[in-house]
Design a protein around this ligand. Structure first.
Ligand code: NDP
Length: 405
């Protein structure tokens, strides 16, 4: 399963649950959520059931190497269990030192699987005590977006370095607070933009810098899936404005937006946005179902971005240049990415490496930056830049006109 938003939007387990109804029947919580308005989920840190994807290691990872950075993982949902914890356990320079969760049974199970001692299992209520836990040097925030700013600030207040999941936060003001907290604590802040460590996206960026398609004229990006509330707790908070902002653009369209920036190597001069909110669909009472944007760069190149919670799976980036085309589909999955260069009537398929390495390489970079003091490749300032663009797209859609950025 490869979809970068985390939950399995196309996998067999979800289809099984749909066919049998087992996902709803097995959990009163899920059954309640399937019928309740999305806003029934409070915008505060609280425990959730076991997510519908992600598995625990069969064996406890070996003890950390000397100098390894101990990381506390906050929020044990699909992405934490599926990707963040395994990355920390397999990277050379990191290990899972603590877990923080509102679900004690889940936390105990995860802790046991990763060899985390019982006294390094924290709840949201006891989190502040982590300040006195020298086994923990850094905190990885894997909570819903609306909780990123608050918990990043709490982690800095506890004197830890922070790696925070994307999107950085709900708005530029929150991002600025997070950066200020990092500076005040004199600790690193990294946004977990995994594609900056993923072989296909790195190769694509290198090719664009080398002029592989000539001068870039346009970039098309699509990041779509159909949000299904009834079967997957991970999709629920994604439909709540206080936890997810406008919805698909912040969560999934961000991959297309980021790709447009690192592939063009430019920062936009203006954006035009359009939003859709399907009427009478209980999924879209608070967030948009689809967001589209046209983003103009100083060179004149234009990005056409579409992202939707109300369309079949698509994860695509296409760069059209004066001399060729780069097509990536899927472009930013966990694995199974595909890329080809079309030029002068020929087609070159490129396979630059194993996409699965992106997760451990990302946390390894974080650890090295902590140890050496080197600059973070995806710092808070990058997260802030992106959220400003997201805000500009939403503003443009609301105003119905182009917005300069
Ligand atoms: P999940 O819903 O699967 O997990 C979120 C977890 O956060 C819950 O299990 C729960 O953990 C905790 N939590 C605390 N308060 C709440 C609340 N009010 N509502 C819901 N959950 C709460 O989400 P994901 O794992 O899919 O996403 C988490 C973060 O990771 C998001 O920022 C998302 O954008 C990011 N993400 C990044 C991906 C990537 O490719 N980089 C892919 C997928 C997600 P507990 O029960 O332990 O308290």
């Amino acid at each position: 399963m490869t979809d970068p938003t985390g939950p399995d939007h196309s996998g067999s387990r979800r289809r099984f649950l749909q066919l049998t109804g087992a996902g709803v029947a097995a959990s009163p919580w899920l059954a309640a959520c399937a019928t309740a308005a999305p806003s029934a989920i409070p915008a505060r840190a609280m425990g959730m059931p076991w997510p519908d994807w992600g598995t625990l290691p069969e064996e406890v990872p070996p003890p950390p190497k000397p100098g390894s950075v101990g990381v506390a993982v906050v929020g044990l949902g699909g992405y934490a269990i599926g990707k963040a914890l395994p990355a920390l356990a397999t990277a050379e320079g990191t290990h899972v030192a603590a877990v923080v969760s509102g679900n004690p049974e889940k936390a105990a199970k995860v802790a046991a699987a990763y060899g985390v001692p019982e006294d390094a299992v924290y709840s949201y209520e006891t989190f502040a005590q982590i300040a006195n836990d020298d086994r923990v040097e850094a905190v990885y925030i894997v909570l819903p977006t609306g909780l990123h700013a608050e918990w990043t600030e709490l982690a800095f207040a506890a004197g830890k370095h922070v790696i925070c999941e994307k999107p950085m936060a709900l708005n530029a003001g929150e991002c600025a607070r997070m950066i200020a907290a990092s500076e005040a604590a004199n600790r690193k802040l990294m946004i977990a933009y995994r594609c900056h460590f993923e072989p296909y996206n790195l190769k694509a960026t290198e090719l664009m810098r080398a002029g592989a398609v000539g001068a870039i004229r346009s970039i098309e990006t699509a990041n779509n899936y159909s949000a299904n509330r009834a079967h997957n707790p991970s999709n629920d908070w994604r439909l709540v404005k206080a936890l997810a902002g406008g919805g698909p653009l912040e969560d999934y369209g961000l991959y297309g937006l980021q790709a447009a920036l690192y592939l063009s190597g430019e920062v936009p001069v203006s954006v035009r946005g359009w939003t859709e909110q399907v009427p009478n669909d209980p999924r879209f009472t608070e967030v948009f179902s689809t967001v589209k944007a046209e983003i103009t760069f100083p060179s004149g190149a234009v990005t056409k971005l579409v992202t939707s919670y109300n369309a079949d799976n698509l994860n695509m980036v296409k760069v059209t240049g004066s001399d060729g085309i780069l097509l990536m589909e899927p472009a930013t999955y966990y694995d199974g990415n595909a890329m080809k260069l079309l030029k002068g009537g020929t087609e070159e398929v490129l396979m630059p490496g194993d996409s699965n390495l992106q997760f451990s390489r990302m946390v390894q970079h974080f650890a090295e930056a902590i140890r050496t003091g080197a600059a973070i490749k995806t710092p808070g300032e990058m997260g802030l830049r992106d959220i400003r663009l997201v805000e500009a797209i939403h503003r443009s859609a609301a105003m119905g006109e182009v917005v300069a950025v």
